[in-house]
Design a protein. Structure first.
Length: 112
């Protein structure tokens, strides 16, 4: 029974991966990421760094799922999203700069 369930899940994922709705959902997430970045007055470089790609997902015997991924090419994205520590070079004082959590908020707006 487990192999039948596994095959059905893979087949369903293959069908879903080929559906244009997946592209629309990825595009909506990308739009929401740009909007969330703008809401926080983040740089245009960060706002323009979001890209979408179709990538290989789960595979089975002769079958391949197509997944979508939305990502950023900005090298500072981790610090922007999750926060960072800043050390004042004159005083040595360490300050925590909180993250903007752009990805989490955009995902929440996309899925709701």
């Amino acid at each position: 029974m487990a192999s039948v369930e596994s095959h059905v899940r893979l087949t369903a994922a293959i069908i879903a991966g080929g559906d244009p709705a997946m592209d629309r959902a990825a595009a909506k997430l990308q739009t929401n990421l740009v909007a969330e970045a703008a809401r926080h007055n983040l740089t245009s470089a960060f706002m323009n760094s979001f890209e979408t790609a179709t990538v290989p997902g789960e595979s089975g015997p002769g079958q391949q799922v197509s997944d979508r991924v939305v990502y950023t090419t900005d090298p500072g994205a981790m610090a922007i999203n999750y926060g960072r520590k800043y050390t004042d070079k004159d005083t040595g004082e360490v300050t925590r700069v909180p993250g903007k959590h752009v990805f989490e908020r955009a995902i929440g707006r996309t899925s709701g």
